[in-house]
Design a protein around this ligand. Structure first.
Ligand SMILES: [Zn+2]
Length: 320
């Protein structure tokens, strides 16, 4: 597949950022703060798993503290980076887009491969599918750099918002630069779900029925091998919003290149409701964070395919 230079145009000065908080998160009563348990080094494959399930309160013994979505504003107590200035998610203010990025869409840059024998895991903070063995789900190539898919996971409702509006849900496909370790050099592709029909990938993940309901529980995925390219072709072929941000969960490391896709997929209310049931009947979305002057740019590919490069026109499909 053709590669492109992702040379972002110079940003224009931006106006005030927006600070909005998830109504669902804010609607929850203040609760217990995190208990601290013994930890281990953070690995990218562990993103958002919260280092296992809730445990009885134990003496602080490491930097790995439990956390939850009851009071995300408290994460910074144990994870100082969560209070830093380049955090995610953000509200995608389409009036603040300062330029364009790249000359192609992510589908043309992807080498996502079908993977069988995967499992879905209840991390205690979501449902996650790890690339197993490593590299099983393929990669994305940007400016000659390969980013391998480590895992993908779900958030309901969405974490990013567009012009202030949240979506039903959001999938994060977490990639890491080839050769990098820990939480360094991450790239996350975000795919929105709007309310509609069941999404087939979520169905395979056990939504609305069959998903692991308790933390640390896993379930084998059955059915056809999973191809992210096939599952999200219409979304990947559209445009994207790009900015530099962070993990949306502790430790909130500011090591993430975000690509949030403009074209949305659909998931059903039944799937969203079933997902929340696996998370103790709560959401798992961090409130949007201040943009603080970070450039927000948009991919040049139009949703009608007008700007898709010639070699991709044949595989461009109408956007549902
Ligand atoms: Zn996520």
């Amino acid at each position: 597949m053709a590669d492109v230079e992702f040379a972002f145009s110079a940003p224009a000065p931006e106006s005030a950022s927006i600070s909005t908080f998830s109504p669902l998160a804010m609607g929850l009563a203040l609760g217990l703060l995190a208990a601290v348990v013994g930890g281990r080094p953070a690995l990218a494959a562990d993103l958002e798993n919260g280092f296992a399930s809730a445990a009885p309160i134990a003496p602080a013994s490491s930097a790995s503290a439990h956390w939850n979505y009851i009071l995300p504003q408290s994460w910074q107590t144990a994870y100082p980076a969560c209070a830093s200035t380049s955090q995610s998610p953000i509200n995608i203010d389409t009036t603040a887009i300062s330029g364009t990025a790249g000359s192609s869409n992510l589908y043309s840059l992807s080498s996502y491969t079908p993977a069988a024998a995967l499992s879905v895991r209840n991390t205690g903070h979501g449902l996650q599918v790890d690339a197993s063995p490593a590299g099983a789900l393929g990669s994305l190539s940007l400016s000659g750099v390969t980013y391998n898919v480590l895992q993908f996971h779900l958030h309901f409702p969405s974490e990013h918002t567009v012009d202030g509006a949240p979506m039903l849900g959001e999938m994060h496909i977490v990639h890491q630069k080839s050769g990098s370790t820990g939480l360094n050099d991450l790239l996350v592709v975000g795919v929105f779900f709007q309310a509609g029909t069941d999404h087939p990938l979520l169905t395979q993940m056990g939504l609305p029925s069959g998903a692991p309901t308790t933390s640390a529980e896993t379930m084998p995925i059955t059915g056809a091998a999973i191809s992210l390219a096939d599952m999200f072709q219409g979304q990947l072929q559209g445009s994207f919003y790009h900015y530099e941000g962070s993990l949306t969960t502790p430790p909130c490391s500011e090591t993430v290149k975000w690509f949030v896709l403009e074209n949305t997929a659909t998931a059903s209310y039944a799937q969203a409701k079933a997902f929340m049931a696996t998370q103790g009947a709560t959401d798992n979305s961090r409130p949007v964070q201040l943009r603080n002057g970070r450039p927000l740019v948009k991919g040049v590919t139009s949703v009608t395919g007008m700007n898709i490069s010639a070699d991709l026109v044949e595989c461009a499909s109408p956007v549902a």
